[in-house]
Design a protein around this ligand. Structure first.
Ligand code: ATP
Length: 485
């Protein structure tokens, strides 16, 4: 199929690919404000790759052009094999809103009405391609929602639940049902790309749904910091304080970036006290446990202990598959189990990467005019699969587990059934299933020619035991981290 025939879907596919890559590369706030505000428009038929990106207004257009256009071009070269022609445009005056667009994002609308940030270049004549910016068409309800900065896609419905996040999700739902009166603050921590942001947006969306009048604000710590700096420069601390203390629900993301920003911490400390005293809800996310946050004042750390601290762990294989299925559903594509398992087996520690791989497979299939099959998925993810398969062998897992439990590697293959060797062997099987693309029979073979049902039993036993046995859970966690490197 030629580019001309598939220009529209290829444009969309490239943009999905681009979104998933830029989401991994950029801080969430930058991504949400500038990149998600763009939409890939239908391209006119052309033999050369040509992308048309529509910005909602001239500020976004200018900003993207200055900061991100080159990177989008590079991603285009990766996707198409040669650098595509990229056009940035404004929507036609009075014309339809962008056809291929992620949901509208708060930053985009805000950018149109807010004063231009101090470091934003002034609009230069002749740079903007396209027609004059139309009046934004937005209802009062939309505007109220936009001000929360919530992402409408991140809800409890779209969040897949599993052992890795069930406690965090239950606590979040409790908070959403009784804001300010259950756990305050709710402190959610976990590794990169595991759904912390998704979860706190879900709280915000649930509270908003129940009470659209609630004053809700999602803020990334870097934006909170920027607000403090602006208040300082403009001598508008009173307004700043009034605003943050007027909230019913403050969702603050990635608190680890507060490190050593003393004035910001001071302001947050006072806002925190005022809000909790008024029984207004605060939800915080972080990449570590409160006591491990570097450069954070003790008085803040101790306040984070007032409420409930919950962890989100990396999802297990079945949950990763379920997430992929859910994401495929949202993309309106059918993905068979074998494809989902292939991706889930090879990408284990970060849901964002999991999504990126799915997008890549979908885009690759569309670009080549093929259906999504195991073969297509393997081709699309060739580089990634090679890299992962090289990394981890079953022998390495067996040796690492044997060292950890101080047993002999030979015990991994032996018939001995005493607890002291049987449990580590089961742990090693579980890890092999989680961390390698090997099938159950192949894993059984590698453990002294055992049957695949033995491997399945071992995996189920470990999954169940982890729920109640903290020591075992800790062992599995540590071993997973060590093996993932
Ligand atoms: N359990 C889940 N169900 C569905 N989607 C999920 C789940 N966990 C994560 N995701 C998706 O993975 C992507 C990354 O999640 P998110 O941005 O919430 O991670 P994070 O923990 O906040 O990462 P970071 O540490 O980089 O801020 C999002 O698209 C999110 O929807």
């Amino acid at each position: 199929m030629s580019h001309a025939q598939t220009a529209r879907s290829v444009n969309q596919d490239f943009w999905s690919f681009c979104l998933s890559r830029l989401e991994q590369e950029l801080p969430a706030q930058q991504f949400n404000t500038w990149i998600k505000a763009l939409a890939a428009r239908e391209a006119d038929a052309a033999d050369e790759p040509r992308i048309e990106l529509q910005a909602p207004n001239r500020f976004v257009l200018q900003w993207v052009r200055e900061r991100y256009l080159r990177r989008i071009g590079e991603l285009g070269a990766e996707f198409f094999g040669s650098e595509p022609q990229i056009e940035l445009a404004l929507p036609p005056a009075g014309g339809p809103r962008p056809a291929v667009s992620p949901k509208p994002v708060a930053g985009a609308v805000q950018a149109a009405s807010k004063p231009v940030p101090a470091d934003m270049p002034a609009a230069a004549p002749g740079i903007i391609i396209g027609q004059p910016e139309p009046e934004p068409v937005i209802s009062a309800a939309d505007l109220a929602y936009e001000k929360t900065r919530l992402n409408p896609d991140f809800t409890f419905d779209t969040l897949v639940t599993g052992r890795a996040n069930d406690l965090a999700r239950a606590a979040a739902m409790q908070v959403a049902q009784n804001p300010g009166t259950s756990y305050n603050p709710l402190f959610v921590y976990g590794g990169v790309g595991l759904g912390k942001t998704h979860l706190i947006h879900a709280i915000g969306n649930a509270v908003y749904k129940h009470n659209p009048r609630a004053v809700i604000r999602y803020v990334h710590v870097e934006d909170y910091y920027a607000d403090v700096v602006r208040a300082y420069q403009q001598k508008s601390f009173d307004a700043f304080k009034r605003y943050y203390r007027s909230l019913d629900l403050l969702l603050i993301d990635d608190i680890q970036f507060f490190n050593n920003k003393n004035r910001t911490q001071e302001e947050f400390f006072h806002a925190f006290n005022a809000l909790t005293e008024a029984r207004k809800q605060i939800v915080i996310t972080c990449d570590t446990y409160p006591k491990d946050i570097q450069g954070l004042e003790d008085r803040l750390i101790s306040r984070f202990d007032w409420g409930l601290t919950v962890q989100i762990e990396p999802p297990e294989l079945e949950m990763r598959v379920a997430i992929l299925k859910k994401k495929a559903e949202a993309l309106r594509v059918a993905v068979d189990d074998d494809v989902a398992f292939l991706i889930a087996k090879n990408l284990r520690s970060n849901v964002r990467e999991l999504e990126g791989a799915l997008n890549k497979v979908v885009a690759y299939a569309r670009f080549h005019g093929r259906g999504i099959s195991l073969e297509v998925a393997k081709e699309a993810l060739k580089d990634l699969l090679n890299a992962h398969n090289r990394q981890l062998t079953i022998e390495h897992i067996q040796k690492t587990v044997a060292d950890y439990y101080k047993i002999k590697v030979a015990d991994m293959h032996s018939k001995k059934r005493t607890r002291v060797v049987a449990r580590p062997r089961q742990v090693a099987m579980w890890l092999a299933k989680e961390l390698t693309p090997m099938s159950l029979p192949a894993i059984g073979d590698a453990f002294g020619g055992r049957d695949h049902t033995t491997v399945l039993h071992a995996c189920r036993t470990i999954t169940e035991l982890r729920l109640g046995d903290q020591q075992l859970n800790h062992d599995v966690h540590v071993l997973t981290q060590v093996l993932r490197g």
